[in-house]
Design a protein around this ligand. Sequence first.
Ligand SMILES: [Zn+2]
Length: 437
Amino acid sequence: MIVWVYFSAAVGCLIQLCEGKAYLVRNLYECSTTKDVCRKTALFEAASFTQYHLHLAQQIMDSVPMVDGHNDFPWHVMLDFGGRMEGWDMRKNMWDYFQHRPDHPSQTDIPRIRQGLLGAQLWSVFTNCSAQYRDGVTKGLRAVDLIKRFTHKYSDFFRFVTSADGILEAFNAGKFASLIGLEGGHMIDSSLGVLRIYYEVGVRYMTLTWNCATPWADSVTNTVINTPVHHGLSQFGKRVVLEMNRLGMLVDVSHAALDTMYDVLNVSAAPIIFSHSSAFALCPHRRNVPDDVLRLLRNNGGIIMINFYPDFINCTQDDVYDTTFNRTASISQIADHLDHIKSITGPDHVGIGADFDGMDHVGELKDVSTYPYLFAELLSRGWPRADLEKLAFHNFYRVLKAAEQVRDSKLKDEPDDTLVDEADVPDRSCLSERWDT
Ligand SMILES: [Zn+2]
């Protein structure tokens, strides 16, 4: 109690302000074992930030809507509740609803979003590759429906957003911006028409592949485990990218094969994104991005939003695919990835796509409440306020705005009617006859 009084006096302005900040401070206090509570937190042993940095980080994060590029919360609701709205409540600790699945701990709910000072989320529409050539479109649209429904149900907190300025408008209205990204081109069933409908219902990025090739793009997973199918994008795949440019939908190459990244960087008329990937130079996992691609990304004007998954943060050439490794990732190691990427691209091409609720195990940054600690750590490493505001918001805003400007420059272009080459579709067992034959 004595320490608490001392601590309260030191940062008293923080404690009464709001529940989220009080939670952060209390955690720091409870975990602190020395009287020197204002210099070092005991939460993160390897971190170098102080209470002063944390206070400043919170101020910065209060000044802009922090955007996270990738969160798999909808997938949990699809798995555990069949995508229905009954039986769970985002206003409570979602862990209570998922504790029967300890391998997939809940990392997202509204109270923890408030604590983490998150301002905007690209919710992931995801289904497994087993849905390819089968019910991928249905499952994708059902997940879109789910995101719209929970955004509406908690509309005192969320606002559905489909544009760059919409994020700002939501923030200025005191609302959290809820956006949609589609994780896996297998959910468009190789149809530009379906792609256009996803845009109509609010999808603002598509990850070209998940862990399987589509009939028009190679995934990094299929090229490593199997063999390249297209050596990047097929001709139809290039059409997909150009149609996304025409629509104003961001092209996401997380999960894509290296050759797919190169092809997209050559073809795309708009800046592209990595919605949830980290630096290959620090952890040589195939899901991460090599330095030469980071340089191309800088020239493209795009953004890499870094992933907190321990397997993508903390690995070496020797242990990278050792699945028995009980891996964790410290806040310091995550900051190292951001430092490295920034050293290659400069401060205008970095963001955060933590992959919360998509991680079967987590490191020190364990859920959506923990972002301020990362910002505090970066402050302690000398990141200026302007760079942190870019990391949080301005970079993603610029990229989405640029995609919208490309869209606006192509308003007179007709929708692309190209059909996928049948020879590229290996499984036609669930398809009826083509409409053009
Ligand atoms: Zn992913």
